[in-house]
Ligand binder design. Structure first.
Ligand code: 5GP
Ligand code: MG
Length: 191
């Protein structure tokens, strides 16, 4: 696999589609077992980044369940702004319901902490979290991340739903920022 260029940055291959699918298999299996006796859980996808993971995860969920989405945002460019905005609120009642939050990536934990607050305020019965990617080194939250498909270092990744300034979400594999190649290409462009 080759590097991909997104705007001013170069990204190198990090995880293939096949590896991602295997990681999702494992998470789905755990969820199917853990929630088998819970009443019709709601799988709540956090837009926009989770859309690919959400689709692939849900195809493997064999439980009777509902699905819905919420939109929160805390990132601008490649670093967290530290502030979480609620762009599209809950469209469905979560009162007395078992919720499985489906995230693309848990980084500092700001988003997930805010989301748990919203869900608790709205009377959720139980909340669990499944995330495609988890950065334990950067996580500052106190909420347990129940189902991390992959744990990764504190690097900036794109693809499989994850963006760099809104582009790159459609890449089927996951890529990581390549600082050396980014510098090299910049130098070529200048000349
Ligand atoms: P947190 O609130 O946990 O710091 O960040 C969560 C959100 O930040 C994620 O849902 C995602 O939108 C964004 N984010 C965090 N790390 C990365 C990353 O490595 N790549 C991309 N594309 N987005 C990230
Ligand atoms: Mg997100």
């Amino acid at each position: 696999m080759k590097n991909v260029q997104l705007y001013d940055k170069s990204f190198k291959p990090y995880m293939s589609y096949e590896e991602i699918q295997k990681a999702i298999d494992a998470v789905a299996e755990k969820i199917n077992i853990d929630l088998k006796d819970e009443h019709t859980p709601i799988f709540l996808g956090v837009l926009t980044g989770s859309f690919m993971f959400f689709g692939d995860l849900m195809k493997r969920i064999t439980l009777e369940c509902e699905t819905c989405f919420i939109r929160l945002a805390s990132y601008e460019g490649t670093s967290s702004t530290g502030q979480v905005k609620q762009m599209l609120g809950l469209t469905q009642s979560v009162k007395d319901r078992n919720i499985v939050v489906v995230e693309d990536i848990v980084d500092t934990g700001g988003t997930i902490t805010e989301l748990y607050k919203i869900l608790n305020e709205n009377g959720a019965k139980s909340i669990r979290t499944a995330t495609l990617m988890y950065k334990p080194g950067s996580y500052k939250g106190s909420i347990k991340i129940d189902y991390p498909a992959c744990s990764i270092p504190n690097d900036f990744i794109v693809g499989f739903g994850l963006d760099y300034d809104q582009i790159g979400r459609n890449l089927k594999d996951i890529y990581v920022l390549d600082p050396e190649e980014t510098e090299k290409r910049k130098a070529i462009n200048v000349r």
